[in-house]
Ligand binder design. Structure first.
Ligand code: OSB
Ligand code: MG
Length: 369
């Protein structure tokens, strides 16, 4: 297969509720959507970069530049016998995992549609439903957090993750434990702590958390290994794992006991599968993270977590938690038991509502060989 056309759109979708983490507050989802075409079929890939470099270094601007100048010209040259060929075909470009992932994931999606099978089948996943968790952002105060978590538990979610930052950590967890008992609970710091904070992080240790996600620096593995030695609670890495080698290094050094896989962060599906396989061989659980994706990226995440190593609920929750009107029809819904059905139709398996994509688009470019 040869890619005959690539389209990159820049979209903006208002969020129903602001989402706040230790690195900032978002009120509007701004992202790039890649469409690749071959043999009369289109495939979609949603980029996880944001407008700013506060989570990881890439931004919509750097992604646009690297796609435009380097990655799309490389992709248009490739003879693709299987979507797993795309990652090595782009290897000459170093880093820029989010940019690569958007292109690569679009090719997998196109491939699934061309074959007439759901994306999960091309990825090798077997589950027909997945367990949904939620990521709850920092709230104005403790009472607001308790109310928010109450709503999510009532909605059926199987695991609650809350965002923490220095000064907004142990008291929040204590309040949730007091109100909700031993509900499956974890925290995500998005790199807001350092090894000087070991005493605070140790205060979390007796609180029965499933894990503490990315407490230390975004590019660190070594300090996390030192921290994990000080804690009984498993450390989970997100930002620090951007390749299969990062995952191997982290496991070899004992820097974490769980890995959050976001295909968009690690360069796409091929590298996600490699990290999944590595962790599975070593008995390390993985789960699928989220980046406030529209239904397009959200459904890609649904298919990825049909693989057997995704043994913990992830951050994939219902479209309605984020958007008045998602870009896919039907939207992603979560059952009262906290499960999401994996679509059985080709590709991501829900229709992309093109007039909504058009309405949300602020810029658009196309490439042909
Ligand atoms: O660290 O997992 C994260 C959102 C944006 C950037 C980073 C993260 C998140 C989330 C939200 O936790 C997950 C979601 O609801 O999509
Ligand atoms: Mg995270």
């Amino acid at each position: 297969m040869k890619i005959e056309r690539v389209e990159v759109r820049e979209l903006a979708l208002p969020l129903r509720y602001p989402f706040e983490t230790s690195f900032g507050r978002t009120t509007r989802k701004e992202f790039l959507l890649v469409t690749v075409s071959a043999d009369g079929v289109d495939g979609y890939g949603e980029c996880v970069a944001d407008r700013d470099p506060y989570y990881l270094p890439e931004t919509n601007g750097t992604v646009g530049h690297v796609l435009d100048e380097f990655l799309i010209p490389l992709l248009l040259q490739l003879e693709i016998a299987h979507p797993r060929d795309v990652w090595p075909g782009l290897a000459r470009v170093r880093g820029h995992e989010m940019a690569k992932a958007a292109l690569e994931m679009a090719v997998w999606e196109l491939w699934a549609r061309r074959e007439g099978v759901p994306l999960r089948r091309v990825l090798g996943g077997e589950k027909t439903e997945i367990e949904a968790g939620v990521s709850v952002g920092l709230q104005d105060d403790e009472a607001a957090l308790v109310r928010k978590v109450e709503t999510e538990i009532a909605a059926g979610y199987r695991r609650i993750k809350i965002k923490i930052k220095p000064g907004h950590d142990t008291a929040l967890v204590r309040a949730l434990r007091a109100r909700f008992g031993d509900v499956p609970l974890m925290v995500d710091a998005n790199s807001a702590y350092t090894l000087d904070d070991v005493p605070v992080l140790r205060e979390l240790d007796p609180m029965g958390l499933m894990m503490i996600e990315q407490p230390l620096a975004w590019s660190d593995i070594v300090d996390h290994a030192a921290l994990q030695r000080e804690l009984r609670t498993p450390v989970c890495l997100d930002e620090s794992i951007r390749s299969p080698d990062d995952a191997r290094h982290a496991l070899d050094l004992g820097a974490c006991r769980v890995i959050n896989i976001k295909a968009g962060r690690v360069g796409g599906f091929a590298t996600s599968l490699a990290i999944h396989d590595l962790c599975r061989a070593r008995g390390v659980p993985v789960w699928c993270g989220g980046m406030l994706e529209s239904g397009i990226g959200r459904l890609a995440n649904v298919h990825l977590q049909t693989l057997p190593g995704f043994s913990l609920p992830g951050d994939t929750s219902a479209s309605a938690r984020y958007f008045e009107e998602d870009l896919v029809d039907p939207p992603v819904v979560v059952s009262a038991e906290g499960r999401i059905a994996v679509p059985d139709r080709p590709g991501i398996g829900h229709d992309v509502v093109w007039p909504r994509v058009e309405r949300a688009s602020v810029r658009r470019r196309t490439w042909t060989p």
